[in-house]
Design a binder for this molecule. Structure first.
Ligand SMILES: O=C(O)CCC(=O)C(=O)O
Ligand SMILES: [Fe+2]
Length: 288
């Protein structure tokens, strides 16, 4: 028989897989953060952060809300180092980012040395509806769970480099130890979710460096995200949080190796023409 820790994770995942607006399961939506102050604490904004010269000439920076409008929340009921910055992109760039990862990135597969669950040659609407993941940078072998460290061509898309630079800079203002807030992007996964997709509980531990944070950007439909302890036997609670369009999750410090899952994708509120793919998640890691 499975032990009680296994059972709790399995049951919680199933409950949230069947979540509906009518169910009375708790779900933290940081758009109404004032209701969840026992779980997430909003960090004070540093006063001198509004016009960083380092990113002044960076085109991608204009896609983001100005730093003084970023809202950053730290999980206080659970492992240390878990943050969510809500809605970091300007409203009028959100569809553009979704389209970039859904439509443009796959077509750069040669230049960027991408891998995917489908062939990225001769893509059409039908084949694109079968797209589930693309990896960039160092490629992860899903079976052996190791990176190919002998890989010759390691490319990171410009937008990812820019995103990491901008977010790392913002985090350095808020977190005292800079080593745990700066991410050098070396590998990544773009996950494509349909209405029925889910992702089971797992930890992301294949990277050699577990001190660097992991950044995870959500685009499109909202998703239920569960974050628990480092093992199923840990006494940490499993916290259910809704990830909305252009929310950025940071898993650093203890939470870097936390169990997490995505049991449910909510129906799209705004997206119009993305075929059957409702949500894109961009998951960025430092390997070394
Ligand atoms: O889709 C998400 O929000 C999380 C994806 C994830 O955990 C992963 O790719 O390892
Ligand atoms: Fe993960």
């Amino acid at each position: 028989m499975a032990d009680s820790g296994e059972e709790i994770y399995k049951t919680t995942f199933k409950l949230y897989r069947n979540w509906s607006p009518k169910s009375d399961l708790p779900l933290i939506d940081l758009r109404y953060a004032e209701n969840y102050e026992n779980f997430f604490q909003q960090l004070e904004q540093s006063s001198d952060i509004s016009s960083p010269s380092v990113v002044a000439n960076c085109e991608t920076f204009t896609h983001f809300k100005p730093f003084d409008q970023w809202k950053i929340y730290k999980l206080i009921k659970g492992l240390d180092g878990f943050f969510i910055i809500t809605g970091i992109l300007k409203e009028n760039f959100r569809q553009d980012w979704f389209d970039y990862f859904h439509d443009q990135l796959p077509s750069y597969h040669e230049e960027l040395n991408l891998k995917s669950n489908i062939s990225l040659n001769d893509l059409n609407e039908k084949s694109k509806s079968k797209l589930r993941w693309i990896t960039f940078g160092y490629h992860h072998d899903w079976n052996s769970k190791v990176y190919d460290l002998n890989q010759k061509t390691v490319r990171i898309p410009d937008r990812i480099n820019d995103l990491c630079r901008i977010v790392s800079m913002f985090m350095n203002f808020h977190i005292s130890s800079s080593s745990s807030s700066t991410l050098k992007p070396e590998a990544g996964i773009v996950n494509y979710y349909t209405q029925n997709s889910s992702l089971c509980f797992h930890t992301d531990h294949s990277e050699l460096n577990h001190h660097a944070p992991l950044f995870s950007l959500s685009l499109g439909s909202s998703a239920i995200f569960l974050i628990g302890g480092q093992t199923k036997q840990s006494s940490q609670p499993i916290v259910p949080v809704l990830l909305n369009d252009s929310d950025l999750v940071i898993m650093s410090n203890e939470s870097r190796l936390a169990l997490h899952s995505v049991p449910k994708i909510l129906p799209s509120e705004t997206l119009v023409k993305n075929g059957n793919i409702l949500r894109v998640n961009v998951n960025i890691r430092q390997v070394f």
